[in-house]
Design a protein around this ligand. Structure first.
Ligand SMILES: C=C1C[C@]23C[C@@]1(O)CC[C@H]2[C@@]12CCC[C@@](C)(C(=O)O1)[C@H]2[C@@H]3C(=O)O
Ligand code: AKG
Ligand code: FE2
Length: 361
C-alpha cells in the first residue's frame, strides 16, 4: 500500500522539544539556548550581498507572454522567484494570514493540545529540522497534512474551526492549480512536455497525481535578532514550494556568489522556490535553493508555505531528455516518502545520498 504524507514518519520518531516552547513575549534577553554563532551553523554569518549590487530574485508577472522563460531562468540561476498576477484572490491570502495569526495568538497550553506527535506530520510544534541543531529556533509552527479538522477542533472548540477548515481547503485548491501551472511553465522552458513525464498531467481538473502539506510559521518579535535564528538554512524536499509572507521581511535565499539575500515582501505577491525533487527531475538544472528565516526586533512575522510534490508512490528520476546522451543521470530514482525519510536522517546531505556515483561530465 502506498504511504500517505501523513504516515511518512511512522516507525521513524523524531524527538523534538515541543513542550519546552518559551513564552517568547516575556523574554527581554536571548537565552543561551537561542543564541546562534558560527559554531551552530557554518553559514550563519555568510557575507550578505554587497548593498550596491541590489541583486534579488526576480518578480515575474504571470500574465507576461515570456513568463515561462523568465521562470525557467529564475529556476536555473536562483531557484526562487516572486510572482504577481497569480490569480489567487487577495481575500484568500488575507484569510489565511488571519487564520495563521489567530492560531499563534492562542495560549500556548491550547496550542499544545494539538501538538505534533513524534511520529506524526500534522500539528503544532518546533520546526522538524530542529533536531539537527544544538540551538533552538525563534519560531513556532503548525503543519497541516490532510484534513485539519481534528486538530482545529482542539484549538477552537466552538464553531470557528469549521470556517478555518474552509479557508484551508480553498487555499490548498488554489495553490494546487497554481503549483501545477508553474511546474509546467518551468518545464516547458526546458523543452519538457507532458509526453516526457508519465506520472503528471497538464489538465488542472485532475491533480490527484500530486499532494501537499501546509506549514504555518510564526516568528515572534525578538530582543536580539542578530544572534537568533527563525528557521535555520534548509532546502525543501518538494517539487515546488509557494510561500505567502506577511508584510515583515525575514526570508533569505543563499547564492554561492552573493551570500544571503533578503527577499522583500511585496504585497499580494507570492514567493516560489524550487525543492529537491524538482532539482532531481531536471537532472540538476533547477537549483534547489537554500533558504532560511531571520527575525525582527519590532515586528512579528508570519509565513505560510505550501509544500507541493508528487504522490508518495511515484518514482521521481531525471527526465531522460535532460540527461546528456553520453552521460548518466545525476540522481537515482526516489519517491517523496523515501526522500523525506532520507532527509530525516541526513538533512542537508540528503541529495548527495541519492546522487549517482558515475556523474555526467
Ligand atoms: C511534506 C513535508 C515537507 C517538510 C516535511 C513535511 O513532512 C511537512 C513539513 C515540511 C517542512 C516545513 C519546514 C521546512 C522543512 C524542511 C521541515 O522541516 O518541515 C519542510 C519539510 C521538507 O520540505 O523536507
Ligand atoms: O518563513 C519563511 O520565510 C520560510 C519558511 C520555510 O522555509 C518553510 O516553511 O519551509
Ligand atoms: Fe522552506
Amino acid at each position: 500500500m502506498p504511504t500517505m504524507l501523513t504516515d511518512v514518519f511512522r516507525g521513524h520518531p523524531i524527538h523534538l522539544p515541543h513542550s519546552h516552547q518559551p513564552d517568547f513575549t516575556s523574554l527581554r534577553e536571548l537565552p543561551d539556548s537561542y543564541t546562534w554563532t558560527l559554531k551552530d551553523d557554518l553559514l550563519f554569518a555568510a557575507a550578505p550581498s554587497p548593498p550596491a549590487t541590489g541583486e534579488n530574485i526576480p518578480l515575474i508577472d504571470l500574465n507576461h507572454p515570456d513568463a515561462a522563460n523568465q521562470i525557467g531562468c529564475a529556476c536555473r540561476t536562483w531557484g526562487a522567484f516572486q510572482i504577481a498576477n497569480h490569480g489567487v484572490p487577495l481575500e484568500l491570502l488575507q484569510g489565511i494570514e488571519f487564520l495563521t495569526g489567530s492560531l499563534f495568538r492562542l495560549p500556548v497550553q491550547r496550542k499544545l493540545k494539538a501538538a505534533r506527535s513524534e511520529t506524526g506530520v500534522s500539528g503544532y510544534g518546533v520546526a522538524r529540522i530542529s533536531s539537527f541543531f544544538n540551538k533552538q529556533m525563534w519560531s513556532e509552527g503548525f503543519t497541516i497534512a490532510g484534513s485539519p479538522l481534528n486538530d482545529f477542533r482542539k484549538l477552537w472548540p466552538k464553531q470557528l474551526h469549521l470556517n478555518y477548515c474552509d479557508i484551508v481547503e480553498e487555499y490548498e485548491e488554489q495553490m494546487q492549480k497554481l503549483a501545477s501551472k508553474l511546474m509546467w511553465l518551468a518545464l516547458n522552458s526546458l523543452g519538457v512536455t507532458e509526453d516526457d513525464i508519465k506520472w503528471a498531467s497538464v489538465d488542472d481538473s485532475d491533480l490527484n497525481w500530486a499532494q501537499s502539506a501546509l506549514q504555518l510559521n510564526h516568528y515572534p518579535v525578538c530582543p536580539q535578532p542578530d544572534r537568533a535564528m527563525g528557521l535555520a538554512a534548509h532546502t525543501d524536499s518538494t517539487l515546488l514550494t509557494i510561500l505567502y509572507q506577511n508584510n515583515t521581511a525575514g526570508l533569505q535565499v543563499f547564492r554561492d556568489d552573493l551570500g544571503w539575500i533578503t527577499v522583500p515582501p511585496i504585497p499580494g505577491s507570492l514567493v516560489v522556490n524550487v525543492g529537491d525533487l524538482f532539482h532531481i527531475l531536471t537532472n540538476g538544472l533547477f537549483k534547489s535553493v537554500l533558504h532560511r528565516a531571520r527575525v525582527n526586533q519590532t515586528r512579528s512575522r508570519l509565513s505560510v508555505a505550501f509544500l507541493w510534490g508528487p504522490q508518495s508512490d511515484t518514482k521521481i528520476s531525471p527526465v531522460p531528455k535532460l540527461v546528456s546522451p553520453v552521460g548518466s543521470p545525476l540522481y537515482r530514482s526516489v519517491t517523496w516518502t523515501e526522500y523525506l525519510r532520507t532527509k530525516a536522517v541526513h538533512f542537508n546531505k540528503a541529495l548527495s545520498m541519492i546522487r549517482n556515483h558515475k556523474e555526467e561530465e
